[in-house]
Design a protein around this ligand. Structure first.
Ligand SMILES: [Zn+2]
Length: 199
């Protein structure tokens, strides 16, 4: 489904949204000789979480997701994961850390700050890396677009508020680059542009 996966490398390495095929992430880790210590999901949709079990079984890996979407993973809720849309069974496993807005995931030398941005799903998050001022946006915002809100748990009003908050965050903290869940990376100013075009 062309969902993007990112490896964030500090003293420990985290994969953000491994997508649907675990071998892609694992092969890349092997090529670059880096072990994976953490797995963060920006939200619970199947095209972002399907590879979770295949990654988690390879070692001592801490799994993170916002508390709300973590429950959809732990319960194996197919309607919230949209597993049926992909003709598959939902994933079901334990999520070690249920994230909340304001949490920080410290990878040693690199940290990811959690922003709760509901709208695409109730437990969607964005992750901000202050060193390089990168914002991983999941399916909340893309270059030139926003996430769909017509799936179960989606809300256009919440998405508007979340993207408004991201624009304020950009003004306050500075976002250099956005790395979305689908499509190309873009500049931080994309947030304000998308807010103005869509809302
Ligand atoms: Zn999604």
């Amino acid at each position: 489904m062309s969902s993007n996966s990112y490896l964030v490398v500090g003293d420990r390495t985290c994969v953000i949204d491994p997508g649907m095929d675990p071998s892609k992430v694992l092969d890349r880790g092997r090529e670059d000789n880096i072990g994976i210590h953490g797995l963060i999901n920006t939200h619970c949709h199947y095209d972002h979480v399907a590879a979770n079990p295949g990654i988690l079984e390879t070692g001592e890996i801490t799994c993170y997701c916002h508390n709300i979407d973590a429950q959809a993973i732990e319960k194996g809720d197919g309607s919230l994961q949209l597993a049926g849309l992909f003709g598959e069974e939902p994933v079901r496993h334990r999520v070690d850390q249920h994230l909340e807005d304001g949490n920080t995931i410290d990878l040693g030398g690199v940290a990811l700050e959690v922003l709760h941005t509901p709208g695409h799903t109730p437990g969607s998050i964005c992750l901000y890396e202050p060193g390089e001022r990168v914002l991983f946006t999941g399916d909340t915002i893309f270059v030139g677009g926003v996430g769909r809100t017509d799936f179960k748990g989606g809300s256009w009003d919440e998405l508007r508020d979340s993207i408004g908050r991201l624009a304020e965050f950009d003004e306050k903290r500075g976002v250099e680059r956005i790395c979305p869940g689908h499509g190309p990376e873009g500049e931080g100013r994309e947030i304000r542009r998308v807010l103005e075009v869509y809302f």
